[in-house]
Design a protein around this ligand. Sequence first.
Ligand code: RM4
Ligand code: MN
Ligand code: MN
Length: 424
Amino acid sequence: MQIEQYKIDEYNQQQLTAHRQKFDFVAGDIRDIDSVMKKLRAFQIAIPSWALGTGGTRFGRFSGGGEPRNLEEKIADVGVLHALNRSSGAISLHIPWDIPKDAAAIKSLAAQHGIRFDAVNSNTFQDQPGQKLSYKYGSLQHADKAVRKQAIEHNIEVIKHGEALGSKALTVWLADGSNFPGQLNFRKAFQRTLESLEEIYAALPSDWKLYLEYKCYEPNFYSTTVADWGQSLLYTTKLGPKAYTLVDLGHHLPNANIEQIVSLLLMEGKLAGFHFNDSKYGDDDLTVGSINPYQLFLIFNELVEGMDARGMDHANDLGWMIDASHNVKDPIEDLLQSVQAIKIAYAQALLVDKAALTAAQDANDVVLAQEILQNAYRTDVRPLVAEASLRNGGAIDPIGAYRTLKIRKKLIGERGSKTVATGL
Ligand code: RM4
Ligand code: MN
Ligand code: MN
């Protein structure tokens, strides 16, 4: 499935006059509009290969039809997203859910859609068919050296798959932990995990990074061996300069100040990047910006401030990925919403008057500081995001275009109404 450019152009034509009016109105008030537009156009967010099918809960799964049945079709779906918003030019693969059979062919298929391969994710949280040893009691932390070895080898194999595709990072998320007090010696679990990670780290190609993701609970409910940003930072600091801490927004205890975590990880040069999603209670994996868009803005405000302070390239120096799952929405529409929410928060953060904010902070003018942040947050930047998409060849309104062009209907026609994507 490939969307012809002229169809998007035709769709845009109908929206153009109304869009122009809105854009000129907002842009007129922005001092450095050219630089804002340049940054917005360059910003790309990787789509997880496991989010293109309907997920579900442990109670059930309600497939929507036309789901991608293999890696090729997942890439085609990311191609649809990217054609519509021109901001989804990367895919993040989960191994072994998405092992490329012919890496060169997959790479060239992705290139046809303008898609590159972002971080590859290993999986030692499930037992795979035919697997020799079980991860029931953990993987890199396991008391049995043979299990640790199996998990290390899996990670090294994932790096090899990634290398063949042109990825530059390995994301490690561990389900390791314990369910009951007394089950685990925390110190030994940490030491064993560190030693295992050291072996994986040693296998990284010279231009690769290792992203270590933390999560406070689930599937283990008493302790997690990489539970929070402090523990991840401890590992990544001990590992060395190629190891970074990955922030998944849903992996914190309720009300955690994620923006402060982000600011300090950036300060230390240890922020890997993100798994974007939103949550009400825990690792809910909901559409980005659907529950707490203000928090997302505050995170981006710290990101922009911190990246500029370190002279970083916004688009390329951190890993920008989505990690979400969809129970009731069309996954493609959900992902379009997520990318849109990320770009809105980024655009708002770019509008914060930094000099005025610094002056207000230095003068302890609390009211003014809040006003400055909220002025940016309350600006309707949607026309800027639409304009960035338009200038890149995408749709002014990606979801509107997706519906008008009846993409899901076409996918169901091609793939059938009963397909179930591989993954979670
Ligand atoms: C975990 C974590 C990982 C993701 C798996 C599927 O909760 O967020 O990043 O790979 O889920
Ligand atoms: Mn994640
Ligand atoms: Mn998660």
